[in-house]
Design a protein around this ligand. Structure first.
Ligand code: MF3
Ligand code: CO
Ligand code: CO
Length: 259
């Protein structure tokens, strides 16, 4: 499948969408307290997305029943917000916000601590964040998709963690999910060559134990097969001649502590 090259007008539209998603993530984080539920996160995401003139891209996507994915502890990704799921001290929770503004999408997530983290929680969240940044660091025109995956996988393995293989980053623009598929593992010097104007996400899911996954009966929620922690961070970016422009930078891009 061919990968779209965005023109300057498209990139300007992507900046607006990326900024909105990043600002919603930051505002929602600022509102959260332990004892609130993941359904509260969904409510806050809907409120803030709308007042920025956007729509939540994930709501109804292939039937997804919420505006945001909330993935707590052993949930890898695609967790469905629930009024029965309480944020408790010691938890970690990924909040994945995707906003559509004027036909273009911005997609970003971060994993947050609820109260003071255990050393294990701090480690997996730190590694996942560094894996995202290691992937971003190798993006530029002429680099290859495999360079991104290799950078991420090597860092995760060096830290004694594993990388989820079944879900990856993705092209993004007028559609939330487009070509190319961006693996978070791979071999340097292999895969598609990147060109300026390509937009995609990097969103490694990093597990404290093995990389095995299980999908729950709801057909969405993906959990670690071994029940250990998983963390994720995501940015949307556009490739440039010399590197990339990250479109979803913001106050909560590196997570933080929910008091
Ligand atoms: N925002 C998610 C991603 O990073 C999309 C999840 S699809 C959904 O690609 F339907 F579960 F929302
Ligand atoms: Co994404
Ligand atoms: Co996302």
């Amino acid at each position: 499948m061919s990968v779209e090259i965005l023109n300057v007008h498209n990139v300007e539209a992507m900046r607006r969408a990326g900024k909105a998603a990043a600002e919603t993530l930051a505002w929602v984080f600022s509102q959260l307290r332990s004892g609130m539920t993941t359904a509260d996160i969904d409510r806050l995401v809907r409120l803030d997305t709308a007042r920025r003139g956007g729509t939540p891209s994930q709501l109804g996507y292939h039937g997804f029943p919420a505006a945001v994915c909330t993935s707590r502890n052993a949930v890898i990704c695609h967790g469905i917000p629930s009024k029965d799921e309480v944020l408790e001290q010691g938890d970690i929770v990924n909040i994945d916000v995707t906003t559509c503004i004027q036909g273009f999408h911005g997609d970003t997530s971060a994993t947050f601590f609820v109260g003071e983290p255990s050393p294990d929680a701090r480690h997996i969240v730190d590694v996942a964040r560094r894996c995202r940044e290691a992937g971003i660091a190798v993006v530029r025109e002429g680099a290859r998709l495999g360079d991104i995956g290799a950078a991420i996988e090597q860092l995760a393995h060096r830290e004694g963690c594993s990388v989820v293989r079944e879900v990856g980053g993705h092209g993004i623009g007028r559609n939330m999910h487009a070509a190319p598929h961006v693996n978070h593992f791979g071999v340097r010097g292999t895969g598609m060559r990147l060109r300026a104007g390509m937009a995609f996400t990097i969103e490694p899911m990093v597990n404290a134990g093995t990389s095995g996954i299980v999908t729950l009966d709801d057909q969405w929620t993906m959990v670690t097969a071994d029940g250990k922690l998983s963390a994720q961070f995501e940015h949307t970016l556009v490739v440039t001649k010399t590197g990339c422009e990250v479109l979803t930078r913001g106050a909560a891009e590196n997570g933080g502590m929910i008091p």
